[in-house]
Each structure stands twice: as C-alpha cells, then as structure tokens.
Design a protein around this ligand. Structure first.
Ligand SMILES: [Zn+2]
Length: 179
C-alpha cells in the first residue's frame, strides 16, 4: 500500500519535472529574450504604496525584458520615505538600489507616481535628463510641478529594453542620483 502510494507520487513528480527540464534546456536557444524579474519593496514608504505600484506597472506595461514585482522580503529595490532634501536613489543601475521619496517634494506639488517611476528608471539603468519634456520620465523635476506624466517615453522604454535584453549584466558601483 505504502509502496504504491510512493510510486504514484514519484511518477507525478517525474511527469511534472520533465516538461520543466525541457523548458530550461531549450530556453537559451530560443530567440525570445529571457525576462529578468526584479523585486521591489514599498513597505518603507507607506504613504505611497499605490503610487509605487502604479509606477512599477507603468514600466511593466512599457518593457518586456525586465519585470518589476512587489515583494517585501528579499527585494533588491527598496523604497523609503524621507521628509526633506529631495527624492533620490542610490543605485547601481542594474536592479539594485535604495529609493528615497521625499514627502516635502510631494507637498510642493511634484507627483509621487512620477517620482517613483523616475527613480525606478534609474534602477533600470537610465540617467537624468532634466532638460527633457514632460513626456520623458527622466526629465524629473525639470518640467515642474504641472508635469504629472508617470510613464516612460517610447525612447526611454526602448533604452531600458536594450539594457536588459541580455538579463542582469555585471553591476556598476552604486551612486546617488536625484529626482
Ligand atoms: Zn533622477
């Protein structure tokens, strides 16, 4: 009786494992790029949970090579709230960083979803471009408080897509960059 039950379990495990094994074996040869999943935590910025999720969703809607998923344990992108000095991130530009959202900057009128998406943009490898238009995320504070756009431009999305086409590449040193 026990032996038969175990036998069935093993058979099931084999049946499940075989397709997975084949999938792993064929993945490198496939022409489609692998998706890199990056985990972010937002519990350290409790006033902006919805805005952070929206900022991540905007990136997920724009690129396919890298995907942002919320997970409050073992995340490599970690959001925090601060109350002065301006929002910024300290990141390696390769999916690892600390993001600081400044409540006073939001009080001035800057859009928190745009700030969150902008700082995620740094973590995905994009530099600041303050002279850019509101349609760019990385123009940051440049277009002023009237700018509420929280979606990357087509060019920004294409740049991130190209940066992640080969997955998580060797990371550079972390550095601080502002909103
Ligand atoms: Zn910035």
């Amino acid at each position: 009786m026990n032996g038969r039950v175990i036998g069935r379990v093993v058979a099931l495990a084999t049946a499940v494992a075989a397709p997975l094994g084949l999938g792993l074996a064929t993945a490198p040869a496939a022409s489609a790029a692998a998706v890199t999943t990056l985990y972010y935590s937002s519990s350290g910025a409790p006033d902006y949970l919805a805005q952070i999720d929206q900022g991540a969703a905007n990136w997920n809607a724009a690129v396919t090579d890298v995907k942002l998923v919320k997970r409050n344990t073992s995340a490599t992108i970690v959001f925090h709230e601060i109350s002065s000095g301006g929002s910024y991130t300290n990141t390696n530009g390769h999916g690892r960083g600390q993001i600081y959202l400044d409540t006073s900057q939001v009080a001035e009128g800057f859009d928190p979803t745009r700030i969150a998406a902008h700082e995620l943009g740094h973590n995905l490898g994009l530099p600041d471009h303050y002279s850019g238009p509101c349609t760019e995320l990385m123009s940051g504070h440049g277009p002023g408080t009237a700018c509420k756009n929280a979606k990357p431009s087509a060019a920004e999305a294409a740049k991130v897509q190209s940066l992640w086409v080969n997955g998580l590449v060797a990371a550079a040193e972390s550095r601080a960059v502002a909103y």
